[in-house]
Structure formats: structure tokens, C-alpha cells
Design a protein around this ligand. Structure first.
Ligand code: SF4
Ligand code: SF4
Length: 358
């Protein structure tokens, strides 16, 4: 694998403030280090609610302000917690919109991509994704410890003239290579997952798959996002929660649909998701799934916060049954097709209105 094809978190770090010297690098990079290395697979399903680090939020917020002068629309789908029905929404929206024009579906929930279960694509391509990790030539190393000092992620340890690299912790930021005084460090690619392309009638389909044990989702999400359509509608299915992978997936989308459910957990995690999209400056609305299961506090919250409720989907056995069999909602219950189209028209109008005013 060519090194220039691998992704670099250092780009995000440099967007955040540059890399003027070792001390400043360390000071600025410590903040993301605290939150970016948790393996989502180790967090209980449905409760992945880490916060995103500033290094991800700030460039994303800037990107969100840059409206594209194009008719292409990117709609992201997120939720504060897992299991709310993001996949149900993403796949149904893609299926109804393909009748109108070009549609691209990007499954950016790279820790548990499952849109493919409903879309049933024929896989046409699989591209590895890697980040650059340090390789130390110990014959050149003088044991100065600088590489350890500048590493914000504790991914490199110096014991005398032995240097240990912990690839699973490495973010590929390049600081150790840059600051090694004797040029003992070079970079080699470390594969962390793949981007897959699949063929579905009338829809361009891509998903990212993070390798088991790898904690670094954002580089794969960035690779998946590169396949966003240049025309028509791109639908992005983001990870649940509010951490860096979510920000990476939803950043600079034209509109973010927040899927929730009317339960205390749903409301709590919706509040967190709303904080995140507001921080990013993204227009957003809510879909309340499994309506009837809890109370009306989620709806009341949306109304009090001026968040448009785009659709409510009742808790119904026939929907759950359909979903559990891997059949998209609009295929099993075609009456939902019109509702999804009406919802998209509403979103499109909000996007157009915003474009006209910026
Ligand atoms: S080991 Fe080097 S490239 Fe990896 S995170 Fe630490 S400083 Fe950055
Ligand atoms: S910075 Fe370079 S010379 Fe110093 S300990 Fe690390 S690899 Fe060795």
C-alpha cells in the first residue's frame, strides 16, 4: 500500500492550530488524546455517547459554514444512542429517492455497518484504509526520548535505546517522525479497515468496516465520505452517539436527521446530539421512532427547542417484524414511501432556504 494513500489525523490537528514546536504540539494534542482512543466495540451497544474532541469539532464547524454552490444535497442521519432506527430511516430514504434521481448511500457507522443487510448490494470493490505509524531504525536512535515526549497518545515508549511503538494507540499524527532529531523514524502503513463499494439497483452504495480491535474510526469515515455524490442526494448513516466518528460523518452535511425514541434515554441522548449539531452549525430535525412506547417529553422538548419533528413512526409489531427480517420499511409497507418523500421535500425546502440566505 502506498503511503500517500493513507489518512493522517495530523491534518485535523494542523487545522486546529498548527505544529510549531514540540512543546506546543504536546500541549494542544493532549485534549483529543483523552477522548479519541476508546474502542467503541468495548462500549455497550446503544450507549456510545462519548463527546467529540475539539480537534474534530472546530474544522467541522468551519466546513459546515462553506455551503456548496451546487444542487447536490447531503443528508446525514444520526442519533444520540444506538438502536433508535437510523438504518431503517437511511435505507428507506435511499430507496424512495432513487425514483427521483441519483442517490448515494454511505454507511459511515464503521464499527457496526448494517445498511448492507437491507440493501443487499453485490460487492464490487474493497479498498484497504491505513494510517502511517512510526518505524524506528534503532541503529540511528540515540535514546533521547523526544518521540515519547511529543506523542499525545502514549503510543511510543523509549527504554534506553529500545523504542516500542503501540500501533493500536497511534493516531498517525506524524509528530514523532517530525521531531526525532536524528531521523531515526520513518513511517509505514498500518491497515485499520476497508471501504467497500456495492452495486444496488439505482443507488451508489459504500460502507466502511473498521477492523476488530482498531479504535480509529475517523480515517475510514473520511475515506467513505470521499464517495459522496457530486449530484443528486447523498445519504450518510452515521455512528450513534456524539463522539468524533459522528462529527466526522455528519460534518458539512446540508441537513442532519436526528432519530430518537420517546423514552428518558432517548430524550437524554437526543439532547446531546442536538448540542453537537448546533455546535457544528448544522440544520437539523428529529424523527421520533417507536412513538407510543414512552411519554410525550421528547416531543415537548423538540417543540420547545424549535426542532422540527419530521416524522413519527409508531411502535408497531409489523414494523419490528419487517425490520428483524432485513426488509426495508418502504418495501414491506409501501404506504411509508409517500411519507418519506414528503419529509425529504420538507428538508429540501429548508436546505434551499438556508442556501438562499447565506
Ligand atoms: S506514535 Fe508518533 S505518529 Fe503515532 S500518535 Fe504518537 S506521535 Fe503520532
Ligand atoms: S526521537 Fe528518535 S532518537 Fe530520540 S528516542 Fe525517539 S527514535 Fe530515538
Amino acid at each position: 500500500m502506498e503511503l500517500d494513500r493513507v489518512d493522517r489525523d495530523r491534518e485535523a490537528a494542523e487545522d486546529w492550530g498548527g505544529v510549531p514546536d514540540a512543546a506546543e504540539w504536546q500541549a494542544t494534542a493532549r485534549a483529543p488524546a483523552r477522548v479519541a482512543t476508546v474502542s467503541a466495540r468495548s462500549v455497550a451497544h446503544g450507549r456510545r455517547t462519548q463527546s467529540a474532541c475539539p480537534a474534530t469539532i472546530r474544522p467541522a464547524r468551519a466546513a459546515a459554514r462553506e455551503w456548496r454552490g451546487t444542487s447536490a444535497v447531503i443528508v446525514s442521519i444520526a442519533s444520540g444512542k444506538g438502536g433508535t432506527g437510523k438504518t431503517l430511516i437511511a435505507t428507506s430514504l435511499a430507496l424512495v429517492l432513487k425514483e427521483r434521481g441519483p442517490v448515494t448511500l454511505l454507511d459511515c457507522d464503521v464499527e457496526e455497518p448494517n445498511d448492507y443487510i437491507y440493501m443487499k448490494p453485490t460487492q464490487t470493490r474493497s479498498e484497504p484504509v491505513a494510517i502511517p505509524v512510526p518505524f524506528v531504525d534503532e541503529s540511528k536512535c540515540i535514546g533521547c526520548g523526544m518521540c515519547h515526549d511529543v506523542c499525545a497518545f502514549n503510543a511510543i515508549v523509549v527504554l534506553g535505546k529500545t523504542v516500542l511503538v503501540f500501533k493500536e494507540l497511534c493516531h498517525g499524527c506524524g509528530a514523532c517522525t517530525r521531531f526525532c532529531p536524528v531521523g531515526a523514524i520513518t513511517e509505514v502503513p498500518n491497515e485499520i479497515g476497508v471501504v467497500e463499494e456495492g452495486k444496488v439497483e439505482g443507488i451508489r452504495f459504500f460502507d466502511g468496516v473498521l477492523s476488530i480491535g482498531q479504535p480509529m474510526a475517523p480515517p475510514i469515515i473520511r475515506e467513505v465520505r470521499k464517495h459522496a455524490g457530486t449530484d443528486g442526494v447523498t445519504i450518510i448513516d452515521a455512528s450513534p452517539g456524539t463522539s468524533c466518528p459522528v462529527v466526522e460523518a455528519v460534518r458539512d452535511s446540508d441537513f442532519c436527521i436526528l432519530v430518537t425514541e420517546p423514552t428518558p434515554f432517548g430524550l437524554n441522548d437526543l439532547r446531546l446530539a442536538v448540542e453537537t449539531v448546533r455546535e457544528l452549525g448544522l440544520p437539523h430535525g428529529a424523527i421520533i421512532n417507536r412513538a407510543g412506547v414512552g411519554d410525550d417529553r421528547t416531543e415537548a422538548y423538540c417543540r420547545s427547542e424549535g426542532i422540527p419533528i419530521l416524522m413519527t413512526i409508531p411502535l408497531e409489531e409489523r414494523i419490528a417484524h419487517t425490520y428483524s427480517r432485513g426488509v426495508p420499511l418502504v418495501e414491506a409497507l409501501p404506504e411509508y414511501g409517500e411519507r418519506f418523500l414528503e419529509m425529504f421535500d420538507r428538508i429540501r425546502e429548508m436546505v434551499n432556504e438556508r442556501r438562499r440566505s447565506t
